[in-house]
Design a protein around this ligand. Structure first.
Ligand code: RIB
Ligand code: CA
Length: 316
């Protein structure tokens, strides 16, 4: 089994990711950490616990982390996720509470245990990277427990929160820059599952309506129905869930290695992930900025049908 940790701002599509990670037989979900993002931290925690309960995985440790980004106020996305972050679904909310410790402490403890055992963990951030930046700069030794980081965020092409920037990076650009630079310095391999592939793992309403018979399947159906309604379409992407698919079946994802920087200052471009796809050496050598030493595997294409099948067959 592959040990994984999810860092989430649940979120309808984080919920799709959580169901998959909690139910897939080849994943060992060691912990889930929460951060303010799509909704405020308190709602993120309740939503996360609610989804894990539906998946029959109330055993998974959950911790609350950063409520606000490093430098700017939190910016929610109720137009994408509803006011409560879970589409105001008719679904019983968990009454469980998160663990007493901070998310960064839970991440540290799990990763140090992984380093000691040799069973390295894949970290899957699906949210603003505030917790991850704090973790890697406070406890850089945890890199020894990390196999890789596969994060949802950014884009080589267009954004969503702005024309330039994807929501997770735009919400806390400093954290994204710190986390990605730290990972590069610490030698942790990073894959960016960005908007270039994010929308391509789609579940049709017909497929969603075939789900049922267990709390996990019922919730999965409702999540897709709600996302379809919000997007006014007859199907919806599993969004963040695709990043978990990429960990389970990496062969379904095409990636290319590119230098990357996070834009921290542009009026119209703050939060953009600048993916350097240039290959003419004369341009590169005369660039006054010099090459970025932060190099990541950028997802450029995904086998959407394969990942849709993987998700459907797991959550049912
Ligand atoms: O921009 C995509 C991100 O925003 C995802 O993490 C998802 O949660 C959505 O709200
Ligand atoms: Ca998310």
């Amino acid at each position: 089994m592959k040990p994984v940790i999810l860092d989430v701002d649940t979120g309808l599509d984080d919920a799709c990711a959580l169901l998959l990670a909690a139910r897939h037989p080849e994943l060992d979900l060691k912990a889930v950490t929460c951060v303010g993002g799509n909704v405020g931290l308190d709602d993120v925690v309740v939503n996360t616990l609610t989804v894990l309960e539906a998946a029959g995985r109330s055993d998974v440790p959950v911790a609350a982390g950063a409520a606000v980004p490093l430098l700017q106020p939190v910016r929610a996305a109720p137009h994408v996720h509803g006011a409560d972050g879970l589409g105001n679904l008719d679904w019983p909310r968990s009454t469980r509470t998160a663990g007493a410790g901070h998310a960064v402490d839970l991440l540290r403890d799990v990763l140090r245990a992984a380093a000691a055992s040799g069973e390295l963990v894949t970290l899957i951030p699906l949210a603003p990277m505030t917790n991850i930046a704090l973790l890697l700069r406070t406890y850089p030794d945890v890199a020894a427990g990390l196999r890789e980081i596969v994060f949802m965020g950014g884009a080589a092409g267009i954004g969503n929160a702005t024309a330039s920037a994807e929501f997770n990076i735009w919400t806390d650009p400093e954290a994204a820059a710190i986390a990605l630079n730290a990972a590069a310095e610490l030698g942790v391999p990073v894959t960016m599952y960005g908007l270039d592939v994010f929308y391509d793992v789609e579940i049709s309403l017909d497929q969603a309506r075939s789900l049922g018979g267990s709390p996990s399947a019922e919730l999965a159906r409702k999540l897709i129905e709600k996302r379809s309604e919000l997007y006014q379409s007859d199907g919806a992407s599993i969004g963040d869930g695709g990043a978990v698919c990429a960990v389970i079946e990496p062969a379904g994802l095409t990636t290319q290695s590119f230098p990357l920087r996070v834009e921290l200052s542009g009026t119209w471009s703050r939060g953009r992930t600048i993916v350097d796809t240039r290959d003419w050496s004369a341009d590169l050598s005369s660039d006054p900025h010099g090459p970025s030493s932060t190099v990541v595997q950028v997802a450029t294409a995904v086998d959407g049908a394969r990942y849709a099948d993987l998700w459907l067959s797991t959550v049912k």
